[in-house]
Design a protein around this ligand. Structure first.
Ligand code: ADE
Ligand code: ZN
Ligand code: ZN
Length: 384
């Protein structure tokens, strides 16, 4: 009994670590973030409550119970395109294809709650990545290559894990550098990729995994030549996943009404944060939090746009503000985009609007400030 338990636990472990690894998923999310329209970026930032897409990209792997089957699909080998489409269409929805369609429907549905949107977005960010990992569209007999043992970099591993992470680790780039170097697609290419539907993404993965199965012998040592042959395929699949994720979100979220975004930006009773918890702090107490990372929601008294930063005075007009929120870089750019989005307003001023800001409180000339350059760390409440 005990031995059986141990075997089960080991088996669970060996097939439990299954997805592009952390780096793969984070690169997909970072590439996607760069291809969002400002409007979509705004909605995404609201749904994720200030967390970045990269940050939530592996959440679904940490919550596989009871959705473990949502990460892959196991068709038999040797299907034609039509047979593949028929096979996938006839499956129950408990696989990566069904899960992607289900989560997309939730994001599109005006009746979905904030919690549903937050979950659906986290699943979609992850699962579009998995759909592009060739070994996630693979054979049932070998658990998607998990039971095909190989050696790589002087270690025992398996074909699945090689494609989730080992080839990427061997390349040795940071997630940020991956996102930069992999993302080579031009406008025409982007348009083409974004026009393909999820069935085609899976078909592509299936064709690649078919080749990978033909190119491996159990127990084989994978050498530098194998790495060199296939690393461009990994670059391609991760770039495609990121660009298509952005394409899907741009389509799904264009019509999202200000009312729904506002609901998401309201402080939630049970914020389903997947990462660090950030304490919401009252502006009157901000002085007690110097050095701490906090979340503040309050009214904008006034603001000033400079060339390289936008300064927002909170809790009072300059120079009597309680807190200055300073937006730089992409954060500054996105605020400008949000102001533009309020096209139905005569005045483009955001004075009086509620601002959400997340970051460490520092002192500048003995006044509290929060400096933000990540567009996911602030939000502007839609106007009433
Ligand atoms: N991960 C766990 N089981 C799998 C399977 N059967 N196919 C692909 N990926 C998997
Ligand atoms: Zn996964
Ligand atoms: Zn995997």
């Amino acid at each position: 009994m005990r031995k059986q338990f141990l075997t089960l636990a080991l088996l669970g472990l060996s097939v439990g670590l299954i997805s592009w690894g952390f780096k793969g998923h984070q690169a997909v999310a970072t590439i996607a973030q760069k291809h969002l329209t400002p409007h979509t970026a705004y909605v995404v930032s609201a749904y994720l409550q200030g967390e970045s897409m990269a940050n939530v990209s592996t959440w679904a792997d940490e919550h596989r119970n009871p959705t473990g089957k949502w990460h892959f699909l196991n068709p038999p080998l040797g299907l034609s395109h039509q047979q593949f489409v028929d096979f996938v269409s006839q499956q129950s929805n408990d696989n990566v294809y069904g899960a992607i369609l289900k989560e997309e429907a939730i994001l599109k549905d005006n009746a979905s709650s904030f919690e549903q949107r937050n979950l659906a977005l986290k699943y979609l960010i992850h699962l579009i990545g998995d759909a592009h990992q060739p070994m996630h569209i693979s054979r049932k007999e070998d658990k998607g290559g998990n039971t095909i043992q190989v050696r790589f970099d002087n270690k025992d591993t398996n074909l699945h894990s090689l494609w989730d992470s080992k080839l990427i680790d061997h390349e040795g780039l940071s997630e940020a550098d991956m996102a930069k170097q992999y993302d080579w697609a031009n406008e025409a290419q982007i348009k083409k990729w974004q026009a393909d539907n999820p069935m085609e993404w899976l078909w592509e993965s299936y064709q690649i995994s078919t080749e990978l199965y033909a190119d491996v012998k159990p127990g084989q040592t994978m050498d530098e030549a194998y790495y060199k042959k296939y690393i461009p395929t990994i670059h391609l699949r991760i770039d495609q996943a990121g660009i298509r994720l952005a394409g899907e979100l741009n389509k799904l979220l264009t019509d999202t009404k200000a009312k729904i975004v506002k609901q998401a930006l309201m402080p939630q009773k049970n914020t389903p944060h997947s990462g660090e918890k950030v304490a919401a702090v009252n502006l009157n107490d901000i002085g007690k939090y110097i050095g701490d990372t906090v979340k503040v929601v309050d009214k904008i008294y006034g603001y000033k746009e400079l060339a390289n930063m936008t300064m927002l005075n909170m809790g009072g007009a300059f120079p009597n503000q309680r807190l200055t929120v300073i937006l730089k870089g992409d954060a500054k750019k996105y605020l400008a985009a949000m102001i533009q989005l309020d096209s139905n307003k005569k005045s483009k001023s955001i004075n009086g609007r509620q601002l959400l800001a997340i970051g460490p409180v520092t002192l500048y000339r003995s006044k509290p400030q929060i400096v933000i350059s990540d567009p996911n760390k602030f939000g502007l409440y839609p106007d009433k």
